[in-house]
Ligand binder design. Structure first.
Ligand code: PLP
Length: 388
């Protein structure tokens, strides 16, 4: 018997990296020295205070049962305390925080909790693919908010047509942004909250990168007065603490939206492993520790090495203020797929073509700063030797 997948799977955007994936696998198999800037997954383990906490927690016999589905009180208290200390935002840990099995899980399930068939979800593009796939799975309608360099990679809210505003129920935002590395100023969050209030739209702000910054700490949308009535914000431990495989995050803000999300989750999952939540609480409480500061410095040095190297190679690059990415403009007149293919075939360097993150990413490449400085310099040197 052949098994046909549900129609909704065919509505997902096409996966555009097939050829690049194959070319990369071929290069590696041929023994070529490939330098891979493709994956946005930290290359280093979590700081030791986190793994030590996990190791002790996992030996506690009381820690192996199902966890409470909204998260353990201790983890939610640590999350609320993190928001207070870092952003001066006050939320009730009991009603305004829900623990997640990674931000991706919460972002992906949110439309199932809030969206009826045909409701419009506003999704930035280029952007993290889960905003649209979560919407498709909930039979919602995606409306793309293009991000452009000319508008500082912020969506132009005034360009959203009146009919779309009326039909929209949810708007995803993401700052500091993947893939563009842009940081949104508080003034933009203020405009977004005003817009959302006027049109009865819930904002879901993906704040996965607020703790990886190189100058000013980026803001939270919850800093805007009254934002907790109109927004929820996703915070992830993945990138901040090198815990991508641990699967731990939380959402904070509007209590009704969080209750709906928690209802979906309690029907589909049974909470993150208690020791992971215990170590996660320790991580959030340890945000100011030297290990975390040192990690920011590591990304800063990598950023500087790559930006300087690409500029010396004649590329046009803005040095990012935050995130683990450099978003670089392709050489003039060459599209992102062609550029990525050339980097791989002629320099053994892998970067993500912007068009793979949506049509509006065309003309750019994303480099993840998840490899050592020496390798970054080596890659920049190879790129400088290419003739376009
Ligand atoms: C990495 C990433 C996430 C995923 O976080 P998890 O907590 O690991 O699921 C969410 N949003 C963006 C923009 C990311 O880059």
């Amino acid at each position: 018997m052949t098994v046909a997948a549900a129609d909704r799977l065919s509505q997902l955007p096409p996966y555009l990296f097939v050829e690049i994936d194959r070319a990369k696998a071929d290069a590696v198999a041929a023994g070529r020295d490939v330098i891979d800037f493709g994956v946005g997954d930290p290359d280093r383990p979590p700081p030791e205070f986190i793994t030590e906490c996990m190791a002790a927690a996992v030996r506690d016999p009381a820690n192996h049962a199902y966890a409470p589905s909204r998260g353990t009180p201790a983890f939610r208290r640590a999350a609320a305390e993190f928001l207070r200390r870092r952003f001066d935002v006050a939320v009730d840990y009991d009603t305004e925080i829900v623990a997640l099995i990674g931000a991706k899980e919460g972002i992906g399930h949110l439309p199932t909790a809030l969206i009826n068939p045909g409701d419009v979800v506003l999704c930035p593009a280029p952007g993290y693919p889960v905003y649209t796939s979560g919407t498709v799975f909930a039979a919602g309608t995606v409306y793309t908010m293009p991000l452009a360099e000319s508008n500082a990679w912020l969506p132009a809210l005034n360009d959203i047509p009146p009919g779309v505003r009326r039909a929209a129920k949810l708007m995803y935002l993401n700052y500091p942004n993947n893939p563009t590395a842009a940081v949104a100023p508080l003034a933009f969050f203020n405009d977004a909250v005003e817009f959302a209030r006027e049109h009865h739209i819930l904002i879901a702000h993906d704040a996965a990168y607020t703790e990886i910054y190189f100058n000013e700490p980026p803001p939270s949308i919850l800093q805007i007065d009254g934002a907790c009535e109109i927004a929820i914000e996703f915070h992830s431990l993945s990138k901040t603490f090198n815990m991508t495989g641990w699967r731990l995050a939380f959402a904070a803000g509007n209590a009704d939206a969080l209750t709906a999300l928690a209802t979906v989750k309690s029907n589909l999952d049974s909470g993150a492993f208690k020791p992971v939540q215990e170590a996660g609480a320790a991580a959030l409480s340890g945000l100011g520790r030297p290990e975390i500061l040192a990690q920011r410095d590591t990304y800063r040095r990598r950023r500087d090495a790559l930006v300087m190297g690409l500029r010396e190679a004649g590329w046009s690059v803005t040095s990012p203020e935050a995130t683990i990415y450099v978003w670089a403009r392709c050489p003039a007149g060459i599209d992102s797929m062609t550029t990525a293919a050339r980097l791989l075939s002629d320099a053994d360097v892998v970067a993500i073509p912007g068009v793979g993150m949506g049509q509006h990413g065309e003309g750019y490449l994303r480099f993840a700063l998840t490899i050592g400085e020496d390798r970054i310099r080596e890659a920049a040197g190879r790129i400088a030797r290419l003739n376009w």
